[in-house]
Write a protein that binds this ligand. Structure first.
Ligand SMILES: [Zn+2]
Length: 266
């Protein structure tokens, strides 16, 4: 039996949280055994942390704590200290920090692009420092920011690496992350035929470097544009991946699950 982990799903967002029991029952039926739930900032830390206790399904939920680069406006000056405290409090159950990272598009569209980018980099690097101190892996957001993300990760010298969420890019870009001990989050992007660069990269990557994700309710798969994404589609991402790879499905699913176990010590 094939089993799956959605390594990136925002279960606390309205589109999913309003019918959470139903969402998880559907996942259970599709053999989705685990869902990793990143947070976006102080505004949803408690909500994400409280998810596992509310759930009645057998799907294991893993909350993560972090500050997403889209949500820096109005961030409290002591947000990193608050984060540090909360990590210490939840050390026993926390498997990773995130989501965090650098978004070049958001910076470019802001009123002060350079200033915004520098602020993103500063907040990202402070979180990488926390990951190092607490010896946790990180879940990293990137968009038009490979050089900046790679630079920060190289400087951080993390002990446990992490996941490059929604990886898209060339084989050379992927390789830089693999060399830094990171896994690549493969999501709905590969269901779009126009994503040729990413598709060609994913065909060639070592199987030990791949994990699956949906980013639900964001990033709908091809054919579902305009609809809220759902973690059940991690199975469709897997099918799309299996079509690009030479390994048989059983072997592929087992290896991907093993990659998750290895990264998060599960
Ligand atoms: Zn996300």
């Amino acid at each position: 039996m094939l089993t799956f982990t959605d390594s990136h799903c925002h279960l606390d967002f309205d589109e999913l949280s309003q019918s959470l029991d139903e969402v998880l029952t559907t996942c259970e039926a599709q053999q989705i055994k685990r869902i990793i739930v990143p947070s976006i900032g102080p505004q949803n830390w408690q909500q994400v942390l409280s998810l596992p206790a509310q759930m009645i399904s057998s799907v294991d939920l893993y909350p993560c704590l972090g500050i997403h680069p889209w949500f820096l406006d109005g961030l409290a000056d002591d947000a990193i200290e608050q984060l540090d405290k909360l990590i210490a409090e939840h050390k026993a159950s926390l498997i990773a920090l995130g989501e965090m990272g650098i978004d070049g598009t958001i910076a470019k569209d802001s009123k002060e692009p350079t200033q915004h980018l520098n602020q993103q980099i500063a907040i990202f690097e402070q979180q990488l420092e926390l990951a190092k101190q607490h010896q946790l892996p990180v879940i990293v957001h990137h968009r038009r920011s490979h050089p900046e993300v790679v630079r920060s990760l190289k400087a951080a010298k993390l002990s446990r690496g992490g996941i490059i969420h929604a990886f898209s890019g060339s084989y050379q870009q992927a390789k830089q992350y693999l060399d830094l001990g990171f896994l690549l989050g493969i999501g709905g992007t590969i269901t779009y035929p126009r994503a040729t660069k990413t598709i060609n990269t994913v065909k060639k990557l070592p199987i030990e470097s791949l994990v699956l994700e949906t980013d639900a309710p964001a990033m709908p798969l091809a054919g579902f544009q305009g609809l809220a994404n759902h973690p059940k589609h991690v199975v469709d991402v897997f099918d799309a991946l299996a079509n690009l790879r030479s390994e048989d499905k059983c072997m592929l699913s087992e290896q991907i699950e093993a990659n998750i176990n290895r990264l998060f010590n599960l």
